[in-house]
Design a protein around this ligand. Structure first.
Ligand SMILES: *Cc1c(COP(=O)(O)O)cnc(C)c1O
Length: 450
């Protein structure tokens, strides 16, 4: 029995679940999508909250520029570029037998400074928020000070009396661990079994305590949370429920709007924007999507992408059970090569708060991720890790779904003017040998579209 129903009864009421359980690639476009003006209020966070997060990141910019050389060029602002992907677009659409319409772009969060993944947005914002709260309370800084002051020995010694802990499959741990240790905090990262060795090594080299677990992400988070509860000096960053992570991600949208403006890309009713976001627990894609909806309203269509072995958000939203259900409850193993996406149970708040704002969800096999990784590298010269390619099939899924497009009132003219953005969530810091091994797997699959 799963939540009081047999598997057969679930297959009857939600036929899609049978496909999920058999690990087929599926797409599901949300019939409950609502206008942004009606649904943004569901989230419980506002434009003002995003503005405050953005200003906080601005206050910390002089500090970041001082302590992280790779942020100096952008004056301490942690941001990534965008790049068109014409050759990959041509390949994907011709393989699918679709006309060459619209324009495919990549958001290169793979190149974000400090930790080389989307987690450099949310994770770092929450560490900075906590550090700022402590430092203001202690009178170490005021809101008007130059935060480069926080690089002083006094500040380091102050933060050294405080602890930060997090549970992670890897990338969140990297961001939070590196940022916390740099400020002077005692940082502990609780790592799930699927975390890569190089990520653990990198953290330890940065002075972070790494605790390893033989089980998956939910257990690592749970153990970390429990240890932190017993220690009043320890602040636990809760990836499953954190508004400050969420807001750090949301800041991406206003910056993307400026990048589009510079690139001459319009986003409005006549020029829709489709954004394809790899989803693990949901905080990253949820936060980015929230920001995008605030900035672009109904002109932006956000679609989440998950591995076939870890479709936790799709399952949670589709059944309405959200964090009350895990993929393992349905016998799905949650074993995937997609770092950051091996999550069996979705966030307690993202799926619920955002369910009227997300256009759709789809799943991708690991083989497809490797293959797309190889193609993106071969055709466009971009270095992405497999999980970051989850967004790549999105353009095909959208263009193939006539019913969804009709329901959203997107006709041929609008499709011709559309921009499709793959959110490239990580990859620049993958060690060369590991990257070569990924490419080799992808190369072997290059002629077999799935
Ligand atoms: C964490 C992560 C994601 C997804 O973010 P969630 O907040 O877990 O949904 C996507 N891609 C990469 C590379 C990640 O590390």
């Amino acid at each position: 029995m799963i939540q009081g129903k047999t598997l057969e009864a679930w297959y009857q009421s939600h036929p899609l679940i049978e496909q999920l359980v058999s690990l087929q690639e599926v797409s599901w476009f949300n019939p409950g999508i609502a206008p942004a003006a009606n649904a943004l209020g569901d989230v419980g966070l506002t434009q003002e909250d995003v503005r405050q997060a953005s200003e906080r990141l601005q206050r910390f910019a002089p500090y970041l520029a001082k302590v992280f050389a790779d942020t100096a060029a952008t004056g301490g602002i942690i941001e990534s570029g965008i790049q068109p992907l014409p050759a990959l677009q041509h390949r994907l659409l011709s393989e699918a037998g679709l006309p060459q319409v619209g324009a495919l772009w990549l958001k290169k969060d793979s190149e974000l400074p400090i930790s080389g993944s989307i987690k450099a947005r949310g994770g770092i914002h929450e560490v900075l928020k906590h550090a700022e709260d402590l430092a203001l309370q202690a009178g170490l800084i005021t809101l008007d000070d130059d935060y480069a002051l926080l690089a002083s020995d006094t500040a380091q010694a102050f933060f050294g009396r405080h602890k930060i802990a997090v549970g992670s499959t890897g990338n969140l741990g990297l961001s939070i661990g590196i940022m916390s240790a740099k400020l002077g905090f005692q940082a502990t990262v609780h790592m799930s079994s699927d975390a890569r060795q190089w990520k653990k090594d990198k953290l330890r080299a940065n002075g972070v305590t790494v605790v390893e677990y033989a089980s998956d992400y939910s257990v690592a988070v749970e153990q970390g949370r429990r240890q932190a509860e017993d220690d009043p000096a320890c602040y636990f960053i809760d990836d499953e429920n954190s508004p400050h992570l969420f807001l750090g991600y949301a800041v991406a949208a206003e910056r993307l709007a400026r990048q589009f403006e510079t690139a001459g890309i319009s986003v409005d009713a006549g020029h829709p924007l489709f954004v394809y976001l790899p989803c693990g627990v949901g905080g990253g894609p949820g936060g980015v999507a929230f920001g995008l909806k605030l900035v672009f309203g109904d002109a932006v269509h956000c679609v989440f992408a998950e591995p076939t072995h870890s479709p936790c958000m799709l399952l949670g939203v589709h059944t309405g059970l959200h964090d009350q259900v895990s993929v393992q409850d349905f016998g799905i193993d949650n074993v995937t090569a997609a770092d950051g996406l091996a999550v069996g149970r979705p966030s307690g708040f993202v799926g619920k708060a955002m369910q009227r704002l997300i256009d759709g969800y789809y799943t991708v096999t690991d083989e497809a991720l490797y293959r797309l990784m190889f193609l993106a590298h071969e055709l466009e010269g971009v270095k992405l890790e497999p999980s970051a390619l989850a967004g790549a099939p999105g353009i095909v899924r959208v263009l193939n779904d006539a019913a969804y497009l009709a329901r959203m009132d997107i006709d041929a003219t609008r499709l011709a003017n559309a921009t499709h953005l793959i959110w490239g969530t990580g990859g620049s810091m993958v060690p060369a040998t590991e990257f070569a091994a990924y490419l080799q797997r992808g190369r072997a699959l290059q002629h077999s579209p799935v």
